[in-house]
Design a binder for this molecule. Structure first.
Ligand code: NAG
Ligand code: NAG
Ligand code: NAG
Ligand code: NAG
Ligand code: NAG
Ligand code: NAG
Ligand code: NAG
Ligand code: NAG
Ligand code: NAG
Ligand code: NAG
Ligand code: NAG
Ligand code: NAG
Length: 757
């Protein structure tokens, strides 16, 4: 208890203010189609509201391609079913809670549902009954518990627990991914929900607490349960909501003038963050396109048609689509995602070797072990670009990181990962008779074409992977074998990058015909995120040509976001906006749940709660309208107005140890640095004149809206270069502010560390 009180006092400085309206999604009805129910989750546990399933990160059942998230019958799906006079359903994204408020004939009910953000093994349901001013009784409020059928994924046994209404079950999954893997066991404690609730004659109101505590470690499951039992409902909720508020304080996008857009952007963050742990961890198993609240086996007969939520497997969606915008605000979460790739390095090395290659080859679908779990053979055989996508995510993470942060990754397996990926591509490429290097027998992001040669996306991405070790060497971030580096560069310098001189564009692969439809953005990704240098004319042609042949209803991992980014690069605001709006077709229901396809496409929405789409939309904002580009030595900024808004900002961006806001209002951009990890360094703004203006903490600097660079420099160098400039004037004040910020930060993270572990 003492610890909790200390936490209460110290978390306060991490709280944020802000406009709460845009964090609230209200509806008079719960979606009839349960696919559009919102998730609650904390990166360890998640469920969809009122569904019969709870999923736990990393707990899968099934052999190889049958592997899927193991369904734990829900004990948190408790719904008030009494006859209501009026009610409202609310997703409060700011506090990470779902609320159902109902007026019954004799009482009012407020039910809250949340996946605890501080105690990650808890799902909490709080049901508050209140007598109305006119009634003297509040009796028999009916509850329905949607536990569903027993789960075929576990061999569960129940045991008695000597606490009132507490139940306990435990048991292993049935079939692991490999015959030699251990069987993870879950331990599940919960408060049994009665058929109805009532207030006693003397009670005006009462909050009933239903706790679900699940962990693969029995001690932690039971400890979590008793912790929650010992706390009041208010305490439990307070600690949870403050953690969510702290998340938003660490990064968000604010727009002025378009409520729906603001709510959509908040929902993108909400749906992604619900699947990610708050605390940096190496035991995370990766993000799946349907998030953590989905991924049980295909269920053909649920309302609204079949669910296919990709079984909870990890795809390139995590590395390429979700991670980049999240990384700019929450670098620790990006590091956690990278950790989920590092975790399987030994296994993916085995795969490369088994296929006759060097280095590491990632599976198209990764679940628990890192062995391939993809049920669609063409993808597992040919879609090898995922290995380069992991490489690209490393490259971007390192480009955004301070030296300390970069070193942390590289020293903890990152250097090996970079090398093993480069080794794979070097061995996978083959020297042609023309003397260049080719990569044959692949599938690019466009899954309508496979067993193709020299996919331009794959080859260029592989080139970037093979250049990365050399870049680390040049930046003194690693000390590597010169001969091996030369071997990588020999291939990367001569790899075949298809280009059609006559029409000035990049053909997608050898023999590609423009008469063929493609499924999703592929070549367009060369411009971004691959950042291949090319003329504006070529970039334009790639966009024009591929926009015409892309399936408008193709399953979409963010095609339109990348077209938005491309058109904004070319300054074509209107075409950018047309593409931007295309993404909104995939947002469903009052709780803004994404789907892979627009709901009215012939196949239906497909994968729902599609956080890949949320990542894509955020990319269009951050890298499109925000114009952010990470390069090897600076961050490019080129902001554009978002149609319908009068101003907008990216708050608490992180770049190389600095935290700052970027805001565009009218035609003025301002940069406001709030934190620096290293007092010897300064963030400078480099305008067209090439002069680095040092930015002072807490003092916004404004400039007419043109592209500029942000570059981190040594404080000493800036002072030398800036001669008589008054950098030293504010030094003392800055130091004091810095110390205060550092202490606040240390305290906050200390509390989180202590309470969590
Ligand atoms: C319940 O009734 C009160 C009083 O009429 C009203 O203000 C409130 O909005 C109602 N709540 C819901 C959830 O309908
Ligand atoms: C169990 O229920 C009894 C009677 O309702 C009550 O006296 C007791 O305090 C409860 N125990 C716990 C641990 O909640
Ligand atoms: C592993 O188990 C699976 C599923 O039970 C079985 O199909 C497969 O033959 C086994 N493989 C080996 C090598 O024992
Ligand atoms: C389970 O968790 C407890 C408490 O955190 C820890 O001491 C113990 O080592 C864990 N057991 C296993 C098997 O990991
Ligand atoms: C808060 O958001 C609402 C809806 O977006 C808007 O009407 C209101 O003006 C905003 N308030 C402030 C203080 O920005
Ligand atoms: C599911 O629906 C299909 C067709 O709608 C039907 O043929 C099948 O029997 C149903 N399966 C179950 C398990 O209800
Ligand atoms: C792709 O490369 C393979 C192996 O070199 C070759 O057999 C095949 O004909 C090529 N396909 C095309 C379309 O060029
Ligand atoms: C794209 O399609 C439009 C409309 O059909 C056509 O006018 C345009 O020429 C096409 N552009 C390219 C580059 O094929
Ligand atoms: C889907 O709905 C949108 C707008 O709601 C409409 O423009 C489009 O034509 C519809 N598509 C199909 C395939 O019905
Ligand atoms: C900053 O520079 C001073 C003097 O050069 C040095 O003593 C100190 O260790 C440096 N601090 C960091 C964080 O590098
Ligand atoms: C810049 O940030 C500081 C806090 O770091 C704040 O006090 C100040 O008001 C901000 N300036 C502007 C113009 O937003
Ligand atoms: C900045 O200072 C550090 C340590 O003081 C030094 O190693 C580094 O080379 C300097 N960087 C530049 C760009 O001068």
């Amino acid at each position: 208890m003492a610890l909790v009180l200390v936490a209460l006092v110290i978390i306060v400085p991490c709280m944020c203010s802000g406009n709460t309206t845009s964090f609230i999604l209200d509806s008079k009805r719960f979606p009839d189609d349960d696919r559009f129910a919102p998730p609650i989750g904390n990166g360890y546990l998640a469920t969809n509201l009122f569904s019969d399933a709870i999923y736990v990160d990393g707990v899968f059942n099934g052999y190889r391609k049958d592997s899927h998230r193991a369904r734990i019958p829900s004990t948190a799906s408790i719904r008030v079913t009494s006859e209501v006079i009026s009610d409202v359903y609310r997703l409060d994204m700011r506090n990470g809670v779902f609320i159902h408020k109902a007026n019954l004939s004799n009482c009012e009910v407020e039910a809250q549902y949340f996946a605890h953000r501080l105690f990650p093994n808890l799902l909490i349901v709080l049901i508050k009954l209140m007598k109305t001013s006119l009634s003297h009784t509040c009796l028999n409020v009916h509850l329905h518990l949607n536990t569903g059928k027993s789960s075929p994924d576990f061999s569960l046994e129940q045991k008695m627990v000597n606490i009132n209404n507490t139940r306990y079950q435990y048991g292993p999954i049935v079939q692991p991914e490999t015959n030699s893997s251990a069987l993870p066991t879950i331990h599940h404690y919960w408060t049994h929900a009665p058929k109805s609730l009532s207030l006693t004659a003397s009670e005006k109101s009462h909050t009933f607490k239903f706790i679900t505590s699940i962990h693969t470690n029995k001690t932690r499951a039971s400890h979590g349960y008793s912790t929650a039992l010992a706390m009041s409902a208010d305490e439990l909720y307070w600690l949870h909501s403050k953690m969510w508020q702290g998340l938003w304080k660490n990064g968000k996008i604010e727009t002025v003038g378009d409520t729906d857009l603001q709510q959509t952007i908040n929902a993108c963050f909400y749906h992604i963050l619900s699947s990610l742990p708050s605390k940096r961890t190496d035991s995370f198993h990766g993000l799946s396109p349907g998030g953590l609240s989905r991924g049980g086996k295909l269920l053909p007969n649920v309302s609204g048609g079949p669910h296919n939520d990709y079984a909870g497997h990890v795809f390139w969606d995590m590395d390429t689509w979700i991670m980049p915008p999240i990384m700019m605000f929450y670098p620790d979460m990006a590091r956690t995602m990278i950790g989920s790739r590092l975790r399987v390095l030994p296994v993916v090395k085995v795969r490369a070797k088994a296929s006759g290659y060097e280095g590491a080859q990632f599976p198209w679908e990764q679940a628990f072990t890192g062995y391939e779990t993809c049920p669609w053979k063409p993808a597992s055989d040919y879609q090898i670009h995922v290995t380069a996508d992991v490489g690209l995510s490393l490259r971007h993470y390192l480009a955004a990181s301070s030296t300390t942060r970069a070193a942390e990754l590289l020293d903890n397996g990152g250097t090996d990962l970079v090398l093993e990926i480069a080794r794979f591509w070097k061995s996978r490429a083959v020297k042609s008779t023309e003397g260049d290097y080719v990569i044959t027998g692949v599938m690019g992001p466009d899954e309508y074409h496979f067993n193709i040669n020299n996919s331009v996306f794959t080859n260029y991405n592989a080139k970037l992977s093979m250049e990365l070790p050399d870049l680390l060497m040049k930046k003194n971030l690693a000390s590597l074998d010169k001969i091996e580096l030369d071997g990588f560069l020999e291939v990367s310098n001569k790899i075949r990058i298809l280009y059609d001189q006559q029409h000035d564009f990049h053909p997608q692969f050898d023999g590609f015909s423009l008469k063929e439809k493609i499924k999703q953005s592929d070549v367009v990704l060369l411009g971004f995120p691959l950042q291949m240098p090319m003329s504006r004319a070529t970039r334009r042609n790639d966009l024009e040509i591929y926009e015409n042949v892309t399936d408008r209803y193709g399953p979409d991992t963010g095609t339109w976001s990348m077209h938005t980014v491309g058109w904004l690069e070319l300054g074509e605001a209107q075409r950018a906006h047309q593409n931007f709006r295309m993404m909104f077709r995939n947002i469903n229901g009052p709780f803004k749940v994404f789907s892979e396809k627009p709901a009215n496409s012939t196949e239906g929405p497909r994968c729902v709660n599609f956080i890949t789409g949320a990542g894509g939309l955020l990319q269009a904002v951050v890298f499109g309208y925000g114009g952010l580009r990470l390069t090897d030595d600076h961050l490019e900024v080129s902001m554009s107005g978002i149609p319908g808004t009068s101003a907008w900002a990216m708050n608490d961006l992180k770049y190389r140890g600095f935290t700052f806001d970027l805001r565009l209002a009218d035609t003025v951009v301002s940069v406001n640095v709030s934190e620096s990890e290293d007092a010897n360094k300064t963030l400078t703004m480099v305008l067209q004149d090439g002069y680095p203006y040092p930015l002072q903490i807490g003092r916004a600097r404004e400039t007419p809206n043109k592209a500029f660079r942000l570059r981190v420099m040594n404080m000493s160098d800036v002072r030398v270069h800036s001669g008589g400039q008054s950098v030293t004037g504010d030094f003392l004040r800055e130091w004091i502010l810095l110390v205060v910020l550092m202490i606040t930060n240390l305290l906050c993270s200390a509390v989180v560390n202590n309470v969590l572990y």
